[in-house]
Design a protein around this ligand. Structure first.
Ligand code: SF4
Length: 67
């Protein structure tokens, strides 16, 4: 287990994040889901990532943004 700022992640053998405990869902996601959330239009982001009222700010300020 490792942390980048206050966000937990599981590093692979090279230290690169394999799974990230996304602060939007407080659960583990794969980097591909993270990238999709950053790249796609808002309406295509799954609802579970938008449950928190300040989800946009959380995602924008997340250390895994553009990781
Ligand atoms: S950048 Fe956004 S989607 Fe990715 S882990 Fe952070 S909060 Fe979650």
């Amino acid at each position: 287990m490792a942390f980048l700022d206050n966000v937990e992640y599981t590093p692979d053998s090279n230290g690169v994040a394999e799974y990230v405990k996304c602060p939007l869902v407080d659960d583990w996601i794969e980097p591909v889901d993270c990238m999709e959330n950053q790249d796609v239009k808002e309406e295509y982001i799954p609802a579970r990532f938008k449950a928190k009222s300040d989800w946009k700010e959380i995602c924008i300020s997340c250390p895994f943004r553009d990781y």
